[in-house]
Design a protein around this ligand. Structure first.
Ligand code: ADP
Ligand code: MG
Length: 250
């Protein structure tokens, strides 16, 4: 679907990535390349290391071994400016973590103003555009407590977009939502994908993964077991573990 935007330029290069928490090696050597404009969905059983993998891509976790290179910058390098790298990578979690005392608009304006990337007036203009993009123009002055789960998550996405990232990471962005609100959030992701955003999406929404992604990665026990186009991975999985997982969730 979004493949017309995928270029051959590598956006994220992951080589031999390992992550251990004490004795527990959670990522056991991950190799992957993510192209500019590509939408990659990561699926797999609970505890397989999907969130840890995602968090390594913007170095929210220390990397035990291997390399993560984003836009040519090796995040494991000593002098890397992590703030700058992270400004280019938006992240959306299962729980929205909006500031409860701020309106939707103020939540979206916060990072660009705090990082002095924009003046307040400029940040407001950008935030209003983003709220419009996620269908929440009429909720700009509402605080999180007055918003539904789906609306809060859309504010969280707008907030992540406010720094104009070129990569967006989603970690089970719809898992905490009531079923009737999943669709409105997935629609925002779909629109982003169409717009050419590079996206890595950890999801349980197999329909979404099949429809929107350029590539699907199946992870289990800290390794990539299998990857391929949605048609390959869902239609003709090769590995017995992939087959077993898909039999359980589809
Ligand atoms: P998934 O997102 O696929 O469910 P996670 O990446 O959250 O998997 O977790 C993979 C493994 O790493 C689990 O065994 C989990 O207990 C462990 N883990 C994750 N984060 C930490 C942490 N901060 N400290 C210790 N262990 C962790
Ligand atoms: Mg997880």
């Amino acid at each position: 679907m979004s493949s017309q935007h995928v270029s051959t330029d590598t956006k994220i290069s992951i080589k031999g990535l390992q992550k251990a928490f004490g004795d527990n090696t959670v990522l056991k050597g991950i190799d992957a390349e993510i192209a500019n404009g590509e939408v990659v969905c990561v699926i797999g059983p609970s505890g397989s290391g999907k969130s840890t993998f995602l968090r390594c891509l913007n170095k929210l976790e220390d990397i035990t071994a291997g390399h993560v290179v984003v836009d040519g910058i090796d995040l494991t390098g000593k002098s890397v400016d992590l703030d700058k790298v992270r400004q280019n990578i938006g992240m959306v979690f299962q729980h929205f973590n909006l500031f409860p005392h701020m309106t939707a608009l103020e939540n979206v304006m916060l990072a660009p103003v705090e990082t002095k990337k924009m003046s307040k007036a400029q940040a407001k203009e950008v935030a209003l555009k983003l709220l419009e993009q996620v269908g929440l123009s009429d909720r700009a002055n509402y605080k999180p407590a007055s918003l539904s789960g789906g609306q809060k998550q859309r504010v969280a996405i707008a907030r992540a977009l406010a720094m104009s990232p070129s990569i967006m990471l989603f970690d089970e962005a719809t898992s905490a939502l009531d079923p009737e609100m999943v669709g409105e959030v997935l629609q925002v992701l779909r629109d982003l994908a169409k717009g050419g955003m590079t996206m890595v999406v950890v999801t349980h929404e197999m329909g979404f993964a099949r429809e929107v992604s350029d590539r699907v990665i199946f992870m289990a026990e800290g390794v990539i077991v299998e990857e391929g186009t949605p048609d390959q991975l869902f239609g003709n999985p090769q590995n017995p573990r992939t087959q077993d997982f898909l039999n359980k969730v589809l």
